[in-house]
Design a protein around this ligand. Structure first.
Ligand code: GRF
Length: 208
């Protein structure tokens, strides 16, 4: 069973969904470390409450030194003997050296239907573009931002009057469904998960 490390920056709602799925036996992985770039990230307390070891590598202590920050993150993951890394609301970019070292063993969730809307402020950009659909993507982490192999996507409808916040909430609901399913498939059989990406649609769209 792979030892799972989860990288967070904030509230960690996706991390909570992953921990719940691991502890329910839905993901065949053992969560061994939750690591944040922000020592004050609220998600760290949630991980501790779930009995998972936590650590933080303050990115402000490595200002302008992505390599040094990445090496500190890598060292913490290695100390915990992590096999598989899930970035879950993790808002820092890791060095190419680290991404290469973890190739095939690091995944991320991004709040858009990639390749659309890479980067930040995805919900506002989707509304601005007049999208009828928006959603989230779980992908392997590669050197190019938000561009690794797609392992799963979930689509949500954009509704009249949606604000970035209301759309983000609808997407987040699907992130919490998509990420555990994709990580379960990837942890069990990476090649199979790559060959058959998971596709979900918001349940409101299935109403007859
Ligand atoms: C989520 O929308 C995630 O996709 C993005 O950060 C947001 C918060 O994630 N990367 P979490 O609640 O900290 O898991």
């Amino acid at each position: 069973m792979p030892r799972l490390g989860i990288l967070i920056s904030g509230g960690g709602s996706n991390m909570v969904a992953l921990l719940r799925a691991c502890q329910a036996g839905e993901i065949a992985a053992e969560p061994v470390l939750v690591l944040s770039n922000r020592p004050e990230a609220p998600g760290l307390a949630k991980a501790e409450a779930a009995g998972i070891a936590t650590a933080s590598v303050d990115h402000t202590a490595h200002a302008g030194d992505r390599g040094g920050f990445s090496r500190a993150i890598d060292a913490a993951l290695t100390r915990a003997e992590v096999d598989l890394v899930a970035c879950a609301g993790f808002m820092r970019i890791l060095s190419d050296e680290m991404v290469t070292r973890w190739a095939g063993r690091m995944v991320n969730i991004h709040p858009s239907l990639l390749p659309a809307f890479k980067g930040l402020d995805t919900h506002a950009r989707a509304l601005e573009a007049g999208c009828a659909w928006h959603g989230c993507t779980v992908h392997e982490v590669s050197a190019e931002l938000d561009s690794g192999r797609i392992l799963g996507q979930a689509a949500v409808p954009v509704r009249p009057g949606d604000s970035p916040a209301s759309l983000a909430a609808r997407v987040l609901e699907m992130e919490h469904r998509l990420y555990p399913q994709v990580l379960a498939a990837f942890a069990a059989d990476p090649a199979g998960a790559r060959a058959t990406p998971i596709a979900l649609i918001h349940p409101a769209c299935n109403a007859g």
